[in-house]
Design a protein around this ligand. Structure first.
Ligand code: NAD
Length: 486
């Protein structure tokens, strides 16, 4: 029996599955059925202290393991993840609700991070200059930081932890993961497979729980760096508190992603991409398309296509064949979404498709149908706030300049897309839009693991992003040696 089949989850500390000291637990639900599938411990500082002590001790030997040997463990891990792909995808669907197809894709994105991190021998090289002056040479060497804490959200139980721990451990750090208490199961399976891959005890640890564990990580003197992904208020808090405690922090935050559709675009492609980006994973993606700015002459035609495609979406349990739109994560989140739909109506937006009316949402589980508003303005809350649900807002604009000006009013700046066939417009968009990840004629421009995941403004706090060369930089510190041999 695997740890994920247990009803009462345990922490993973020093290679052992350990009951939390705290007897407080939270229920874990299958959002598609409302059924309780597990109890997750709400650990306290004593649990965390144990984990950090173990990770800190393990660091002393792990940092001495040659980099190619560490990388070889990740090669084995990659193979195990591939071997267990279907099982992992099913687990993501059961605890998160997204469709199996999306969960399968998420597992791929996690595997890609492991593949990238397995390149550590080349990626973490330093650099040398043999003659900085007569007889003098200098070189840079990279070293791990120590114990790294990872705090992750519910929406990508596989991919987001994989943004962090593969790169952190392959560069010689040890890791304490605090998964989302709403989707804690997959993390335990990741730990079991790491053990099978031959990772020494104590290098990777899991402490389940909520804010007490987060605060413990932020305050612990032996934790050198924090990687956080989650909502904006928590990201800001984690960044401020972590840096106040003199830790290195990267905090990936909330989002409200905009797409711009120009009148020369292939409208069929634009509509298909926007539907997938807005309603895939029930809108619970940090790269979901939440707002469309469309040029007035083609607005009616685009909206007609969007509504038609939204009507064809199959809603239901993500494990069922052909289902595209699963539930949102919890009942409270469904209620919050319904309130936003009411707010949108009160604010004067035109509700062109009402997801509250879909027959197929009248079932167990936390379902909201695809919802589309037209005539949305930047003064409205539905334009400003991250709703994180299948609700799409459309604003009509005169031209690209107005679309960019409107988009740049958002406090968030994770991703932004343009749909056009004009190279000059693409260039203008690229040069003037405030966002870290741009797409041209595609809906979700989420970069692959060898590029940084680069939100701007209130979508990211810190300097170095996850993945890409930034990932190597974040998890290592440098020594510069200057040498004279005469
Ligand atoms: P969340 O902020 O509620 O939770 C994230 C983590 O923080 C969890 O582990 C949770 O236990 C912890 N946490 C929650 N409240 C806390 C508090 N008051 N004090 C300390 N810790 C706390 O986020 P979520 O709802 O799980 O995830 C969705 C959010 O994550 C969305 O806003 C989404 O945009 C964002 N996200 C961003 C990215 C990105 O790349 N920018 C990627 C994925 C998700």
């Amino acid at each position: 029996m695997t740890q994920t089949q247990l009803k009462s989850l345990k922490n993973y500390i020093g290679g052992e599955w350990i009951e939390a000291v705290s007897d407080k637990t939270a229920e874990v639900y299958n959002p598609a059925t409302g059924e309780v599938i597990a109890q997750v411990p709400l650990s306290i500082s004593k649990d965390l202290d144990n984990a950090v002590a173990v990770a800190s001790e393990a660091f002393q030997s792990w940092k001495e393991v040659p980099v190619p040997k560490r990388a070889r463990i990740l090669f084995k891990y990659q193979q195990l993840l591939v071997d267990h792909w279907e099982e992992l995808a099913e687990l993501v669907t059961v605890e998160n609700g997204k469709s199996y197809k999306e969960a399968y894709g998420e597992v791929l994105r996690g595997i890609e991070c492991v593949e990238f991190a397995a390149g550590a021998p080349a990626l973490s090289m330093g650099s040398q200059l043999p003659s900085i002056a007569s007889g003098l040479e200098s070189g840079v060497y990279r070293y791990p930081i120590g114990v790294v804490g990872g705090i992750t959200p519910f929406n990508f139980p596989m991919m987001v932890p994989c943004w962090m721990f593969p790169m952190a451990i392959v560069t010689g750090n040890t890791f304490v993961l605090k998964p989302s208490e709403r989707t804690p199961l997959l993390a335990n399976r990741l730990a079991e497979l790491l053990e099978e891959a031959g990772l020494p005890k104590g290098v990777f640890n899991i402490v389940h729980g909520a804010h007490d564990v987060v605060n413990g990580l932020l305050e612990h003197e032996k934790v050198g760096a924090i990687s956080f992904v989650g909502s904006q208020p928590v990201a800001e808090y984690v960044y401020k508190k972590g840096t106040e405690n003199l830790k290195r922090v990267q905090a990936l935050s909330g989002a409200k992603n905009h797409s711009i559709v120009l009148k020369d675009a292939d409208l069929e492609n634009a509509a298909t991409q926007i539907i997938s980006a807005a309603f895939g994973s029930a809108g619970e993606r940090c790269m979901a398309c939440s707002v469309v700015a469309v040029e007035e002459p083609i607005a009616d035609e685009l909206i007609e296509k969007l509504v038609q495609k939204a009507n064809e979406i199959k809603i239901g349990n993500g494990l069922d064949e052909g289902v595209f739109l699963g539930p949102v994560i919890r009942d409270q989140h469904k209620e919050r979404t319904l309130q936003y739909i009411e707010t949108g109506e009160k604010e004067g937006a035109t509700l062109v498709r009402d997801g509250r009316n879909d027959e197929s949402i009248k079932r167990e589980g936390y379902f909201v149908g695809p919802t589309i508003f037209d005539n949305v303005t930047s003064e409205m809350k539905i334009w400003q706030d991250e709703i994180f649900a299948p609700v799409l807002s459309i604003s009509r604009v005169k031209n690209l300049k107005e679309a960019v000006t409107l988009t740049n009013k958002s406090r968030f700046a994770n991703g932004s897309c343009i749909f056009t066939n004009d190279g000059g417009s693409v260039r203008e968009f690229r040069e003037t839009i405030d966002a870290g990840m741009l797409g041209v004629n595609i809906g979700v421009p989420a970069p692959m693991a060898f590029f940084p995941f680069s939100g701007w403004k209130d979508s990211f706090y810190g300097d170095l992003h996850v993945n890409g060369k930034d990932g190597i930089e974040f998890y290592t510190r440098k020594k510069v040696i200057t040498t004279r041999w005469i």
